[in-house]
Design a protein around this ligand. Structure first.
Ligand code: UDP
Length: 340
């Protein structure tokens, strides 16, 4: 099948491309590299089934090579998914959720292709229901700092449902919970790369607030499997994809200390505004309709991730701990060990 993937040079997008190419599919990969790195897909560039175009999907999709052949699947992953990135680029974030989603939906409609939106657990905001199931409508501050991400994804979900209802487009919506693994940008501010980066530098682990807020971490190969299963189903309503094993951020910091050594100190920093206090997916629906559940335990996935970061920092020197995407050092491609 021929897939068009937006956000293909990002963390999850690049793993998805790897899997599709491994299975013999054709992939047309789009990315404007605002937060993605070409290094993440460099190893695929010589493959005749893989084409990469540096392109911003918020622009009209007038790309001749897309329309040369049929398109069977359109996956819209393009987004600024880390809080540090979307807080520093709120307008681009709103654009990729709105105009970007519309352009990708139009592409799917034109080709009669199936469309998959990668949405987010942020749709639940700071949730009042725990764990979060797909039937919960969320508790989002529409004008808070995080609203650029939360509301653009909620709009993207509404637009996807509107295409499904109005044009009969085959659509899927994945609500992705915290996911981690190799090729995350070491300096994107999310807690897994942030703690690993700090640990590698022997710096203090920055726990925001008292660290009692909870998250559940899903290894990227499990997530990719869930996305592909969802795209083979006829489920148009949202499906949670994430790992239901929940821990506090303080417990996570101690997991990192157990790996690197107790000499690592913890430094508390202010909790960002609207930071959700709890988050854990109810994956009952994914289990039921996709026969999917995560397989990679945290210690196993974390080991692979840490080894990846150790390797890239040795190759490139210490990555700068910068919030701005344009200040990032592009990481050279490295062989990513598979979890399976
Ligand atoms: N966090 C932290 N220290 C950091 C980065 C994040 O304590 O250096 C916390 C953050 O406040 C949040 C959790 O870790 O409660 C997960 O944050 P992340 O940015 O990874 O993603 P989020 O789940 O907020 O989208």
């Amino acid at each position: 099948m021929r897939y068009v993937i937006s956000g293909a040079a990002g963390f999850i997008g690049s793993h998805l491309c790897d899997r599709l190419i491994k299975e013999g599919h054709q992939v047309l990969a789009l990315d404007n590299l605002i937060t993605g790195h070409q290094g993440n897909i460099q190893h695929l560039l010589g493959n005749p089934n893989f084409e990469y175009i540096k392109f911003d999907v918020c622009q009209p999709l007038k790309i001749p090579s897309i329309d040369k052949f049929p398109v069977h699947r359109v996956f819209h992953l393009a987004s600024l998914a880390s809080p540090v990135d979307y807080l520093s680029h709120p307008i681009e974030t709103l654009e990729s959720g709105s105009t970007g989603t519309r352009n990708m939906l139009e592409l799917a409609r034109k080709h009669d292709a199936r469309f998959l939106l990668t949405s987010t657990s942020e749709c639940y905001g700071d949730p009042l229901q725990h764990p979060q199931s797909e039937t919960y409508w969320g508790n989002v501050n529409p004008v808070g700092l995080r609203s650029c991400y939360d509301e653009s994804k909620r709009y993207a979900e509404a637009l996807t449902m509107a295409y499904h209802r109005t044009y009969g487009t085959n659509t899927n919506i994945a609500r992705i919970f915290n996911t981690y693994g190799p090729r995350m940008a070491l300096n994107d501010g999310r807690v897994v790369p942030a703690f690993v980066d700090q640990a590698l530098r022997g710096a203090k682990l920055t726990v925001f607030g008292d660290g009692s807020q909870t998250r559940s971490f899903c290894y990227v190969s499990d997530l990719v499997e869930g996305l592909l299963r969802l795209s083979e189903s006829d489920e148009a309503y949202p499906v949670n994809l994430g790992n239901p094993v929940e821990m506090t951020i303080m417990q996570f910091a101690n997991t990192i200390r157990a790996y690197f050594g107790d000499h690592l100190e913890i430094e508390h920093k202010p909790l960002p505004s609207d930071d959700p206090k709890v988050r854990r997916p109810d994956i009952g629906k994914a289990k039921r309709i996709l026969n999917w559940e995560p397989r990679v335990p945290l210690d196993e996935g974390l080991k692979i991730t840490i080894e990846y970061f150790q390797k890239v920092t040795t190759q490139n020197g210490a990555a700068p701990h910068s919030a701005m995407a344009e200040n990032r050092t592009a990481l050279e491609p490295v062989e990513v060990p598979s979890a399976s």
